[in-house]
Design a protein around this ligand. Sequence first.
Ligand SMILES: [Zn+2]
Length: 126
Amino acid sequence: MSDQHCKRCGNGPDPDLRTLWMSCLYQMNELDVPFVEKVSEEGDRPFYTLKVCKDCRAEWMGMIEQWFKNVVPKKSPGTGIYLRIRGASVEVTEDELHKARAIADAEDAIEKAQDVIADAEDALNR
Ligand SMILES: [Zn+2]
């Protein structure tokens, strides 16, 4: 997708794209969002940008507002088991822990398979 298309919905070519700028002292490129990582002129902090159309910008602003207005009370399952989720410590049930481990194992397996495929492609191209 070119820079002239919305990175979210693909609308374009649209010369009226807007650039969202985000920074929260977290590696936002860990999210499955095609952010572009940049560094401030002072070089001290990374921030992330995303070029989107006005409709997607409006939805993004609406989601930020919903997030701010709808605080979900914390519920403790009382397990004392914590997972680090997007930089926050979240207490989970044993079932949630097992599911999280299964997902992590599957992601590791996918990464290893992708490495094997990349090595095979390199070998074929030599
Ligand atoms: Zn869009």
